[in-house]
Design a protein around this ligand. Structure first.
Ligand code: DMJ
Length: 484
């Protein structure tokens, strides 16, 4: 891949060093905001006490990054006040939500490395302690291997690397071990659900993203614990999916893990396939894995040949049949907005820039991006916005690689709209309709792991995070290659 002249070079995963910004003085604005909010509500949690708010500290941040952190704290305070110890907060009803009836502390685990990167040391320390004291995976529940891996395993591993606290690695090791039975299918492609206590599995029909978005986390767990089994199982899953690509090099949407047969041949880069591609590239870079490199190069060529779609001067990525390569749908959405970041990381800045312009068009159509639109007619086909981060992530990568202020300007627009339409009195809420700007009672944990983190990094000086020193998992948890 030939690069444009860039400010920073992709493919450099050699100097591994993460610099968390040093903190100089108390963030009075953040404290006042948090104090004001605290004065207004009652604690929903009787048994567990949330961390206090006394040591929010900051470095000299650009104004926009400081604003992002204030808004992060607003949402975090709402979570603590109404849902502390639960998986997430329902921001309109101000009630807690647990995915499986019992909490897996999803929001605190997902948020912890963001607290650390934002320099919120006291808050991070108390959150880490609460996780260690309360989080147990010894539960008789079936969990979704993919979601638990990217959010919890990824979150525990990155926070372990940032803090050096071995208890986080022990939790990750325990979780990884409990998830391993998911890989025991006839093909090696994992079942979707696994019981954390019994190891029983469920749901043989999966998709490339759920099967192939595991190697960053399981691979890092192998490297950090010295147990190769995690790497082997997750890599085999990726290879088994790749092996079943069509003669054109494309994947379908659904595959049966017992027969290895595709059950849906619709090919695209959206939800259900997206992060499979992301992990081929990133696992090559993170682990120097030559097989991942080969699989990535073979795959992205087919994606650019059959799924990329030139509509006027714009570059989009639509749907095609995996066997015939013919266009089936001209839809693109908020999840597909991960592609500029991945293209930029791979060195293809030309397509990265062009596809980010399309994403920007998608966002500005109604002042906030829809989950999906038809890029030919520019009609919205799914009007929801679940507070997704991908478009911001792509602005961050493009700003990093090009130094072009256009991406920060885009980010400012995204942030302004995000605050205008999604902020509530207690936190942030998804939109059920981006045209009517109607809110929905949902705030996914990835808002803390990803959305606020990428906003913050986009507007922060490079010292806050040494980009070259990490690979972000698909939930924005930065993993350092400390094993080299
Ligand atoms: C996150 O959980 C991850 O980014 C995943 O890859 C896709 N969906 C959400 C964010 O949109």
């Amino acid at each position: 891949m030939i690069h444009e002249k860039t400010r920073a070079q992709p493919h450099e995963v050699t100097r591994i060093f993460l610099s968390v910004a040093s903190c100089n003085f108390v963030d009075l604005a953040a404290l006042m905001l948090v104090a004001l909010i605290s004065a207004n509500g009652t604690a929903a949690q009787k048994t567990k006490k949330p961390p206090g708010n006394s040591t929010q500290i900051r470095t000299r941040l650009p104004a926009t990054a400081a604003r992002v952190r204030e808004e992060f704290l607003h949402a975090w305070q709402g979570y603590k006040q109404y849902a502390w110890g639960h998986d997430s907060l329902r921001p309109l009803s101000k009630t807690p939500r647990d995915w499986y009836g019992e909490s897996l502390w999803m929001t605190p685990v997902d948020a912890l490395d963001t607290l650390i990167l934002m320099g919120l040391k006291g808050e991070a320390e108390r959150t880490k302690t609460a996780i260690i004291q309360n989080l147990s995976f010894d539960k008789d529940i079936y969990v979704q291997n993919f979601e638990i891996t990217i959010r919890l395993l990824g979150g525990l591993l990155s926070s372990y690397q940032l803090t050096g606290d071995k208890r986080l690695l022990m939790l990750a090791d325990d979780l990884g071990t409990r998830l391993l039975p998911a890989f025991e299918s006839p093909t090696g492609i994992p079942y979707r659900f696994v019981n954390l206590r019994s190891g029983k599995v469920r749901e043989a029909e999966t998709n490339p993203a759920e099967a192939g978005t595991l190697l960053i986390e399981f691979g890092a767990l192998s490297k950090l614990t010295g147990k190769p089994v995690f790497y082997q199982k997750a890599k085999r899953a990726l290879e088994e999916v790749h092996k079943r690509r069509s003669p054109l090099g494309l994947l379908g949407s659904n595959i049966n893990v017992e027969t290895g047969k595709w059950t849906n041949t619709d090919s695209h880069i959206g939800g259900g396939i997206d992060s499979y591609y992301e992990y081929l590239l990133k696992c090559w870079l993170l682990f120097d894995d030559a097989d991942c490199k080969r699989m990535w190069l073979e795959s992205i060529q087919a994606v650019n040949k059959y799924l990329a779609d030139e509509a006027g001067d714009a570059l989009w990525y639509g749907h095609a049949d995996m066997n015939r390569g013919v266009r089936t749908q001209t839809t693109f959405g908020a999840l597909e907005a991960f592609i500029p970041a991945v293209l930029a990381l791979s060195g293809d800045l030309s397509r990265a820039r062009r596809s980010q312009e399309s994403c920007f068009r998608m966002w500005t159509l109604h002042g906030i991006e829809p989950e999906e639109l038809n890029y030919r007619s520019m009609k919205v086909t799914n009007p929801s916005y679940p507070l997704r981060p991908e478009i911001i992530e792509s602005a961050y990568y493009l700003h990093y690689f090009t130094g072009d202020r256009r991406y920060r300007e885009m980010g400012e627009e995204f942030f302004r709209d995000f605050v205008t339409y999604c902020r509530t009195d207690s936190a942030y809420a998804a939109l059920q309709d981006v045209i009517a700007k109607k809110q929905r009672d949902q705030m996914e944990s990835f808002v803390f792991a990803e959305t606020f983190k990428y906003f913050y990094l986009l507007f922060s000086p490079p010292r806050v995070l040494n980009f070259k020193g990490v690979i972000f998992n698909t939930e924005a948890h930065p993993i350092k290659r400390t094993w080299k």
